[in-house]
Design a protein around this ligand. Structure first.
Ligand code: GRF
Length: 197
């Protein structure tokens, strides 16, 4: 797949959006962040998009649309802008992936999937569950998105130790440091892979 114009879908703070934009600007990521889509109004990610000079859209913050209608709106906005890859980074709403987008939508999840994934496993809940289970390692997973939460083919995983005195917050910070490496690296690999037949 060739270096891509990509969109970043967000629901919250947008640290990945900011990181990807900074890497692209420095020439360390061979793609262009061309659009930020948020399903929430007033979130920090929208300020980060503005600071990075990235067009931002807020889609259906009042949750009037069902998953199919929301997804149709999102794809039409994305396709109108010639976007080739969609990155879900802290995006907490169901997005249905049509066949024509299969293999071009990626998500980052803060656990070593398939453990601690699926509906309801997001944010601090993931890290709390990892600690409650007594796991000694955790990490993050970048994967392709299909219509099941946290389910598609895994592109890249990075792991870190769980320390005896970890809280959900300290573990989240250690995992997030790995995420900042994993997501751009997975995108580089995806874009350098041979074009799909
Ligand atoms: C990350 O931990 C990511 O794995 C999860 O949500 C968080 C996103 O953070 N899906 P941010 O919105 O990019 O700051």
């Amino acid at each position: 797949m060739s270096p891509a114009r990509f969109a970043v879908f967000v629901s919250g703070t947008g640290r990945h959006l900011e990181n990807l934009a900074a890497l692209a600007k420095r020439g360390e990521l061979p793609g262009t962040p061309a659009l930020c889509v948020s399903n929430k109004a007033g979130v920090a990610a929208l300020d980060r998009a503005a600071r990075a000079g990235i067009e931002a859209l807020v889609l259906d913050p009042e949750r009037a649309l069902d998953a199919a209608a929301f997804s149709a709106r999102a794809w039409s906005e994305v396709e109108a802008r010639g976007i080739e890859t969609v990155v879900l980074a802290g995006f907490l709403r169901k997005l249905l992936v049509p066949q024509r987008w299969s293999g071009r939508v990626v998500n980052i999840h803060p656990s070593l999937l398939p453990a601690f994934g699926g509906k309801g496993f997001y944010g601090e809940r993931v890290h709390r569950a990892v600690l409650e289970r007594g796991c000694q390692v955790s990490g993050c997973t970048v994967h392709l998105v299909d219509d099941e939460y946290d389910h598609g083919r895994i592109l890249l995983q990075r792991w870190c130790a769980v320390e005896a005195d970890d809280t959900p917050a300290t573990l989240a910070a250690r995992v997030f440091a790995e995420e900042l490496v994993a997501l751009p690296e997975a995108l580089r690999r995806l874009w350098s892979a041979a074009p799909r037949g």
